[in-house]
Design a protein around this ligand. Structure first.
Ligand SMILES: [Zn+2]
Length: 111
């Protein structure tokens, strides 16, 4: 009789553990979309732009204040390292002006 009780207890415990593990939410980094960009919550509880972090990993250093990260395909949420380009803010502004102009005149510009 005792052996059945023991077997039942072990089985119940196994099921409980199994369901607890299944119900656990994924514990990846918290993310949100902010002004069309992907942000993640850092260790200090502050929202950071994901594309800047990816770009920093790509260039292997910090991205300085006057520089921006451009999304080559125009999709702000495509943070593939290949889609990101670090450039001075002034050059970035000029480039977007040119892209807008090209779109307006239905020409194929660099996007
Ligand atoms: Zn851009």
């Amino acid at each position: 009789m005792l052996i059945y009780l023991l077997a039942f207890a072990i089985l119940a415990l196994a099921f409980a553990t199994y369901f607890l593990l299944l119900r656990r939410k994924p514990t990846g980094p918290q993310k949100r979309i902010y002004h069309g960009y992907v942000q993640y919550l850092d260790d200090d509880g502050e929202w950071q732009y994901e594309h800047r972090r990816v770009a920093e990993e790509k260039v292997g250093g910090q991205i300085h204040k006057g520089r921006v990260v451009h999304h080559i395909d125009g999709n702000r949420q495509n943070n593939d390292p290949k889609n990101l380009r670090v450039m001075p803010a002034s050059k970035h502004k000029r480039m977007h002006k040119r892209i807008r102009w090209a779109k307006k005149h239905k020409r194929r510009g660099e996007e």
